[in-house]
Structures are given as C-alpha cells and as structure tokens.
Design a protein around this ligand. Structure first.
Ligand code: C2E
Ligand code: CA
Ligand code: CA
Length: 882
C-alpha cells in the first residue's frame, strides 16, 4: 500500500472493497468475537473493555482502544496492548482519525501517520502511532463510541482489517447502545435518588413504602432515624411500627393507616413516637396510595418528617394563647383590648364578660365601639391624652381612676391599668386594659365618709362636718360680703326628760328636734348635732346679722310645739334656748364663734329659757374680760403672783378673833385682783385645783408661823376648796403633805365648800371629802341658803359647820320675816350639831342680831376685811374684842 493510496480518503458510501478478503480463520475469530459481545453483561464498561480486547486479538494489533465521545473529545474507556493513552485520557477530536470517524460515522484506515493528510503528524509522532483502524460505534444514528486498533509500524492494517473491525463494532454498538441507555436511565434514577436523599437529609424527610399485598415495608435510612431505630435493621410491619407510636396516638394512626387503604388518598397526620431513650418526637406523615382497578390498595408510599420543634412551639404558643384567653375571658375584672392601628385607634378589639357587664354591652356590641364613646365626657380629655402617650410609647403602662359611660348613661367609676402589647419587633400591637369597677367601693367609701361625718342618732352633720362647713363658710366671706350666723341650740331641761322618761324617750325627742330643725332651715344651711342635746344651725349668706331673727323666732316656735313620742302616752312639751354668734369677716375663728354662741346661750337660759340671745357687746366685753382673766390666772400661776389674804373670824362666845379664812388674790402690779375676776375661769379651765392647792400650802405655812409666834393666839385656819379640786385624785394627798410639813393638825383646819359645788359634785369628790374628814379637818358649807337644799339632805356629807350666806345677813333688821329665816336656820343647824357662822357682817346691828340668835361665829367687814398676812397678824395681836 502506497502512501498515496493510504492518503486516499474513504468515501461516505462505506469502506472500499477490501484488498484481500478476510480469511476463514479471521472470519471465524470475528464470529466468535461477536458471540462474545452478544453474551456480554449488559454493562457499558464491560462492553468497552471486551471490544478493545476483541479488536486487538481479531486484528492482531499491537494495541486497541475504545473511547466514548464527550463534548469536543473522546474519552478513553478501555485500552489493551500497547497504546499511547491510558484509560480515562482525553483524545481531541480535531486532527485525529477518531474525530474523523465521529464526524463521518465511517470507519477510517490510516496506513502511515507521518504522511496521512487527515491526521495531525505531530499528534501521531507524539503517540508513536503510524498506522491505525478507527471505527465508530453507531447506535440509533448516533456515535456512542469509537474502537481503534493501533500500530507503531506503518501499513500494519488494510481494508480487510477495517471490515473485520466494522463487523465487530456493529455488534458492539448494538449491545453498547442498550447498556448506555440503561446506564443513563440508572444515572437519572441514581441522581434523583441522590437528590431525594439530599433533600430528605436537608428537610429531615424520610420515605417508606408498604407493599400491602406482600406486607413488606421498606424504609429510608432517615425513616429509621426518625423512629429511633438502627438503620441496619429490618423495617417493622404495621403492628411493629404502631408499637413505636405514642399510646395516645396509636389508635388514630392505625385507623388512619387502615382507613387509608380503603378510602381517601393523600392523608396526612401528626403523631408521636417514643424513642428507645424515652424521648418523644412529633412526626408528620403524608401518604399516597397505589390501587388496583377495583380500588384495593396495592402499595402505600409515605413520607415522614420530624416536626417536633414546630409542634412543640405551636403547642406551647397555643397553650400560652389558651391560658391568656381563659384568663382574659374569665377574669373577674373587666379586660379589654384596644386597637393601636392607625385609623382604628381606640377601637375595642375584644372585651371579656366582666368588662361588658360593667358597661352594660354585649361582647359583640363592644367591638363596634371605641374608647371615646365609652369614656365619660368629663374624663375624655385626660383619657385620650394618656392613650396617646401610651400608644406613642412615651410610657409602657398607665394606671388611672376614671369614669366610663354605662349603656344606660350613668357613670361607672373604675381603676384602669393599661399596657401596650408589642409584636416580636417591639412595635405596638394593641392596648390591653383592665378596669376594676370602683362604683361599689366608692359607695362604701361614701357611706364610710357619711358615717364619719354624720351623727348616728339623728343623721345630722356631726362636729367634724360642721367644722368643715364652717371653714368653708368663713372662707366664702372673703369673696362675698355678708354675714354667717352660728346658732347654738340647747334643749331646755333635757336632763329631766332623760332622767324621768328614760334615754329612749330622750333619744326620740332629739330625733324629732333634729327633723323639725331640718324642716325649718334653708337647704343651704347646715344643721348639726354636737352631742347630747346641743345642736347647731349654720346659716350663710345673710345680708345683715339681723336677718337671722325671723328664722330663729320660727325655730323656737316650731320646737315649742308638743312632741308625741313612742313609749309615753302624754305629749311632751320641750323648748330650746338659742345662743347666736355672727361672723362677717373671714378671719373669725370657729372656736370663737362657738364660744360666743355659748355665752349667748347661757344668757338665754339665764333669762328664763325658750328664747334666744345674741352675742352682743356686753357679752363680748364679758368674753374679753374672761379671756383676760384666764391669761391673768395663767400668768399668776406661772409667775407665783397668787397671794393669800386672810379675813378674821370672831368667836361670838369669846368675843375675839379665833380663826381666819384664807381668800385668794392675784397681785397685778399695785393692786390685788379679787376672786370674782378669776374663780369662774379657774373652775372652767380646771386651774382651780392648782389655785386651791397653792393657797392651802401658803396658808398652812403662814398659819404654822403664826402658831409659833408668841402672843398670837389663833386656833383655826379656814380654806375654800372647790369640789372640782376634790375630784383631782392627788389633791387630798397634797393637803396632807402640807399639813405634815408645817406640822399643822387637822383639828386646826376647816375647809369650806359651796352648797352649789357640793350638790353638783361627783362620787370621787365625796370620797375625797371623807378622806379630808379622816385627816381630822372640819368640813363646812359655804354660802348656805343660796342653793335651796334641805339641810337634812346635806348632812349626809357629815358637815361640821355652815356659813349663812351674806345675802341673808344683809337683810337682817329689815323685816321680821327675814330675821325669822336666819333665826330658824341657826336653830336648824344647831339641831344638826353644826357650828353656825354668819358672814358678811358689816354692821354692829347685824352682829348683835346674829349673836342674839345664837350664832356661833361671825365674819365680815365689821370685824375685818380680808388682808395680807402681816396686817391680819397685827390686827389679831391688837386683841380686838366684839
Ligand atoms: P366666800 O368664801 O364666801 O368668801 C367671802 C367673800 O365675801 C370674800 O370675797 C370676802 O371678801 C367677802 N366678804 C367678807 N366680808 C364681807 C362683808 O362684810 N361684806 C361684803 N360685801 N363682802 C364680804 P372674795 O375674797 O372676793 O371671795 C369671793 C369668793 O371667792 C369666796 O367667797 C370664795 O367662794 C371664792 N374664793 C376666794 N378664795 C378662794 C380660794 O382660794 N379657793 C376657792 N375655791 N374659792 C375661793
Ligand atoms: Ca368662804
Ligand atoms: Ca361665803
């Protein structure tokens, strides 16, 4: 074969006729080879390898190569003998016979690579290949491979070789075509399986099939993992599987599995499985069912996913939401959710029963209403302001007492706490509010306030409320000129009603007085009961103080009408006395108003009761004097200005001074203030205790010094003691100590109590009196005759003496009748073993008269005025006789 022949291209019609026909031996080898190919395993790699082997042996070549086209090149699939390229190597299509074979789908023969214009001499030189036979493997009109026999010598092959290899290639291509198709299919399946596995890996999706007819289960590895089994184990059957399922979900799972087979497709369910370690997982399964024509299930395809996390989260959320809903709906206090969304701000999104009941709406109605409509107009501005502050995030929550509007229009007081509910990003979602109905509490509070401010018996204002009203009334005088009148009322002789008819009747009388008072006075007046039988009517807005007179007249008139009370058959006649004080300026003090009215009331009582008296200039002067007296008294006690003076007492039998009565004075500069200026105040204020004690101590000390003075004969000291002092628990002890200290025996001392004070004194005073008597001190009655009491009655105090009041002495000698009274008193006193002293003896006639009547002692200006110690001592030392 010449180079020129070899260089001759092969036409598209097929190989040219071989130069020499194949020998019988060669044919035999080809047929053997074709059989070998036909029986080969349907596997592309095996066919490529077998073909390479067969090509080399059939053509008796140095080496053979099978390759597969892939893109722009051929990839060596199998090699045998001596070939320049290893398996897997890439052979370019351009410049090679292989490329030509692929392009033309025709077998190619190269006799000498050094001169063949179809090939790249450089490639041939590098490969060391000088001659070759290259045949394409064509299947379904497509080159699926190339087989080549190679030689390092030129002219190693001819057309016969070409024909033989073409015959082999024909069979091989057929076999390979199927093998490749199968492999492609397998690859597709494998790839999709890989993709599925990867997807399952990613999603945690597990797959399984259940061949219902054979009851065979096949599970993916993931499926084993999902139920906590070893992937190398055999998948369990349905019962085995159900044993892995949580007992509570087992029946539902079985029903679903069996139900699936009969009925619906595409079921999905969530069930729990218990892993061998005891942990619990939530699985979600989807199933598809393959059925026979009659509908019976052939196969179940399933996919299962672990949804534990999702499930636990949603269950936790649902539980949380459920808790919230239950708490919200059943809360005993009103709860509501209010929108914060723009355009819907203030709308009620939801409200519980308590909230609806509180405002009288149904839950459906509430959601069509908003904050504005349900808020009392008086609280709207403040409510909206707070709402906007909360919705703008200026504050997270607010608590406020506000009024809602009930459906029926009344206001509902509530204590409201609102807070913003936020979304995950912290944005405002809605306002959640709880409202506690305060209406009842306010009623309770109002009731408590009412109780605290009203008198329980009559329902009138009490002292506290009156004080309030009085403060307000006085404050108003600042703004509006005029007068306000303070009327202090006292039921005349109420004690008598109480004592004779009983407290219940007394209470009824007070209730009736209260209701009459309220009926008469103007609505804007305050009627109060201060306690006991004391009432106050506070009238404001008078143009002039005198304007109160008609009202007062009317009050007296109405209260004078007979009372018909339960528990007493007869009608009762009761009257009141009224004292009135006025305020025309705001600087008046309530205490002053009361005190002034009280003074006026005393005057009204003094003037015969059932009338009123106005606190006037005269009373004012007295009040001023009284105030001055009090400050004088306090100053006297503080600065030791209390001075005892002594008035001699003459023994009418002996005709000389045997005793002195100590009388209190206050030193005020040069003058000595007499008791009429301060004793009443001292009694009222209780300062009398200190006055009496100090006087007693001073006098006892003085008396002791006199007793120690030679030539000064004085037997007794007489001291004035108020019953009020006797009520003081330490008073008698103070007396005893003074007597002990100055060593003055009780027999040398007499105490004088006024008839009035003894009659109004308490058991404590009587007790003290007995203790005084026990000290050996004589006890006597002062001012006898002024109290109209029976001596027999007074004698139960075991008196030693009595002093006839000086008003009786002053009338002596004027009429026989007055003389007879004094004479009778003296006789009566003597009949009771009492010493009788006449006081206020100013004239010799009076002295003679009382002496004539058998009076024991006499005292008065005639014998000596009250005087300071030195003076009385000097008088006594002069030994005057009477
Ligand atoms: P009393 O106990 O009846 O005292 C006698 C009062 O009559 C004294 O007034 C005395 O100055 C006055 N008096 C005496 N002789 C005559 C007289 O011939 N004519 C007139 N017109 N008056 C005479 P005084 O000292 O102003 O005392 C007034 C009252 O004050 C006393 O009346 C007595 O009840 C009370 N008092 C005085 N000192 C004390 C005291 O230390 N303690 C207490 N509890 N009361 C006292
Ligand atoms: Ca006296
Ligand atoms: Ca007296």
């Amino acid at each position: 074969m010449t180079i020129a022949e070899a260089a001759e291209p092969l036409g598209p019609g097929g190989p040219t006729a071989p130069a020499t026909p194949p020998s019988g031996d060669a044919l035999h080898r080809v047929i053997e080879a074709q059989r070998a190919l036909a029986c080969a395993e349907p596997d592309a790699d095996g066919i490529f390898a077998l073909l390479a082997d067969l090509a080399r042996s059939v053509l008796d070549a140095e080496g053979a190569l099978t390759s597969q086209p892939e893109g722009d090149s051929l990839v060596a699939r199998a090699t045998t003998g001596s070939v320049p390229v290893p398996k897997g190597d890439v052979i370019p299509l351009a410049g090679t016979l292989g490329g030509l074979a692929v392009a033309t789908r025709m077998p190619q023969l190269c006799r000498d690579g050094r001169v063949d214009p179809r090939t790249d001499p450089e490639i041939n030189r590098r490969n060391g290949t000088l001659s070759s036979v290259v045949v394409p493997l064509v299947h379904d009109d497509e080159v699926i491979g190339v087989v080549a026999a190679l030689s390092s010598r030129p002219d190693a092959f001819d057309e016969t070789d070409l024909a033989l290899l073409a015959m082999l290639a024909d069979v091989a291509a057929h076999r390979l075509g199927h093998a490749l198709a199968r492999r492609a299919a397998e690859r597709v399946i494998r790839e999709s399986e890989q993709r599925l596995a990867a997807a399952q890996q990613l999603t945690g999706l597990a797959s399984w099939t259940w061949d219902v007819e054979k009851d065979r289960h096949s599970w993916s590895e993931q499926m084993f993992r999902l139920v906590g089994l070893d992937p190398s184990a055999e998948p369990p059957n349905l019962d085995g599987f159900l044993r892995l399922v949580h007992p509570e979900d087992r029946e539902a799972s079985r029903r679903l599995a069996e139900g699936d087979l009969r009925a619906r497709d595409g079921q999905q369910e969530i069930f729990r499985v218990i892993h061998p370690d005891g942990s619990q997982r939530y699985l979600q399964a989807w199933t598809e069912i393959e059925r026979h024509a009659d509908g019976t299930a052939r196969k179940v395809w399933g996919a299962t996913l672990d949804v534990t996390q999702r499930e636990e989260t949603t269950r936790a959320l649902a539980a949380g939401e459920q808790h919230f809903r239950v708490a919200f709906d059943n809360a005993p206090i009103g709860m509501s959710m209010i929108s914060l969304l723009p355009g819907q701000e203030g709308r009620y999104l939801r409200a519980n029963d308590a909230f609806c009941a509180m405002l009288g709406y149904s839950p459906d109605e509430i959601t069509s209403l908003d904050l504005q409509t349900l808020t009392h107009p008086g609280d709207l501005e403040r409510t909206l302001d707070l709402f906007h502050r909360v919705s703008r995030g200026e504050t997270r929550s607010v608590s406020v007492e506000k009024r809602y509007l009930h459906r029926d229009g009344r206001s509902v007081h509530a204590w409201v706490t609102s807070a913003v509910a936020q979304d995950a990003e912290g944005g405002p979602l809605f306002l959640i509010s709880h409202a506690m109905d305060m209406t009842d509490r306010r009623k309770e509070r109002a009731e408590l306030e009412r109780l605290a401010l009203t008198d329980t018996l009559t329902g009138l204002a009490n002292r506290t409320l009156l004080g309030d009203r009085l403060d307000q009334a006085l404050a108003r005088l600042d703004r509006r000129p005029g007068a306000c009148a303070f009327l202090l009322l006292d039921v005349d002789r109420f004690k008598l009603v109480n004592d004779s008819l009983g407290h219940q009747v007394g209470d009824q009388l007070l209730v009736e007085v209260a209701s009459r008072l309220e009926a008469v006075v103007r609505a804007d007046s305050t009627v109060a009961r201060l306690g006991g039988d004391e009432f106050v009517v506070l009238t404001e807005g008078l143009d002039r103080p005198e304007d109160v007179h008609p009202v007062t007249q009317r009050l007296l008139e109405v209260l004078r009408r007979p009372y018909t009370l339960e528990g007493s058959q007869d009608t009762l006649v009761a009257t009141v006395s009224i004292g009135i004080s006025f305020a025309t300026t705001a600087d008046r003090s309530p205490t002053d108003l009361y005190r002034e009215a009280d003074l006026a009331l005393y005057r009204a009582k003094d003037s015969g009761r059932d009338q009123y008296a106005v606190f006037d200039d005269d009373l004012r002067a007295r009040a001023v004097a009284r105030m001055e007296a009090e400050s004088l008294l306090r100053r006297a006690l503080a600065d030791d200005l209390l001075v005892p003076v002594y008035q001699p007492i003459v023994d009418l039998t002996e005709g000389r001074i045997t005793a002195v009565e100590v009388l209190a004075r206050i030193r005020d500069g040069d003058r000595l203030v007499t008791p009429d200026a301060f004793v009443d105040v001292a009694e009222e204020t209780g300062l009398i205790v200190e006055v009496d004690a100090r006087m007693f101590e001073l006098a006892t000390g003085q008396f002791a010094r006199w007793r120690a003075t030679p030539g000064l004969e004085l037997r007794r000291l007489s001291a004035n003691i108020s019953a009020r002092s006797l009520e003081d628990p330490s008073f008698v002890e103070r007396m005893r100590r003074a007597m002990t200290w100055f060593d003055v025996p009780g027999s040398a001392i007499r105490v004088e109590l006024t008839e009035h004070s003894l009659l109004t004194s308490s058991p404590a005073a009587h007790q003290s009196l007995r203790r005084v008597a026990a000290l050996g001190v004589g006890v006597g009655l002062d001012d006898f005759g002024t109290g109209y009491s029976a001596l027999a009655y007074l004698q139960r105090f075991q008196l030693d003496f009595l002093k006839i009041d000086r008003s009786f002495i002053a009338r002596l000698g004027r009429s026989a009748r007055d003389d007879a009274v004094v004479s009778a008193v003296i006789d009566l006193a003597h009949a009771h073993d009492l010493i009788v002293i006449a006081e206020g003896v100013e004239t010799r006639e009076q002295l003679a008269a009382v002496r004539e009547m058998g009076c024991d002692r006499a005292q008065g200006y005639l014998m000596g005025r009250p005087m300071e110690a030195d003076a009385v001592a000097a008088l006594i030392a002069g030994r005057p006789t009477w």
